[in-house]
Design a protein around this ligand. Structure first.
Ligand SMILES: [Zn+2]
Length: 274
């Protein structure tokens, strides 16, 4: 089924030199932000836009979608567009980890950590136990020649290091990006103290600056908001910083200006994903 979302009328030609197809392809290849799959997407759209200039009745995004093929029963184009939806992705540590998965407790260590070998379950001396079968040889999960560090990391970093249960998110006052702090059950008080310390800062923090996607609008002009909304799902919202990754500020750095010689993608007809 074809759903014509909206046609974007081509704006008046800008008084700037036009970027040739070769220059556009070179710019995509030289852009360090572009990963290999997004590069494929950008090149497919570039090719389709170029084709549409020479042949009538070509819908660039439909051509790009066809060229990118199908994987696991889904048009790759649909997934790649959704991947390019501009958004902020928090770091892995900020996810909701279960016990054991989260980073170790970062509360300060007061006493030196001392390794204590496990005590035998029976409490009897090992020699008196009647072996039912010979014990397997110990498995060594380390490279040959490995020796444990002389200073345990918990002592070196002065942290508790126990399994974490309490998460406190701290937002950067400039970027809105989050840092996760983790604490064990024994350091619940510490977690509450840290949460109180960052509360005002978190409330005043700006919307997070996007750190993913937003590359299509750097190269092509179209109603990308409609397109992203269609493929990225209902929960996606356009970032307040704009859709285009070029427009996102980096603290302490000037904005990246890439000439803004964007190619106009003609009428946008988006096919529904099968
Ligand atoms: Zn702890």
């Amino acid at each position: 089924m074809t759903v014509p979302l909206r046609s974007v009328p081509a704006p008046a030609e800008e008084q700037r030199p036009k970027r040739s197809f070769a220059e556009l392809v070179a710019a995509i290849y030289e852009d360090p932000r572009v990963g290999h799959e997004t590069r494929e997407l950008l090149l497919a759209v570039a090719y389709a836009v170029d084709l549409a200039k020479r042949e009538d009745g070509v819908s660039p995004l439909k051509v790009a979608r066809r060229k990118l093929g199908v994987h696991a029963g889904r048009a790759r184009y649909d997934r790649l567009i959704a991947n390019d939806a501009p958004r902020y992705e928090p770091p892995r540590e900020a996810a909701d980890w279960g016990p054991g998965g989260a980073p170790g407790c970062e509360a300060p260590r007061l006493r030196t950590y001392v390794y204590r070998p496990r005590i035998a379950v029976t409490g009897e001396p090992e020699e008196s136990a009647v072996p039912l079968r010979p014990s397997p040889s110990p498995v060594l999960h380390a490279a040959p020649g490995f020796s444990p560090p002389a200073v345990d990391y918990r002592n070196a970093q002065g942290i508790c290091g126990a399994n974490s249960h309490h998460k406190v998110l701290e937002k950067d006052p400039r970027t809105g990006w989050v840092t996760a702090h983790w604490f064990c059950k024994r350091h619940k008080d510490h977690a509450e103290r840290v949460a109180e310390q960052v509360r005002a800062q978190n409330e005043a923090a700006p919307e997070p600056i996007p750190n993913r996607g937003g590359l299509l609008p750097c190269y092509f002009k179209a109603d990308w908001e409609q397109v992203y909304r269609h493929y990225a799902g209902k929960s996606w919202e356009p970032p307040v910083y704009g859709l285009c990754a070029d427009d996102w500020p980096t603290p302490g750095q000037p904005l990246i200006s890439r000439g803004r010689l964007r190619v106009v993608v003609g009428g946008i007809d988006i096919e529904e994903a099968e």
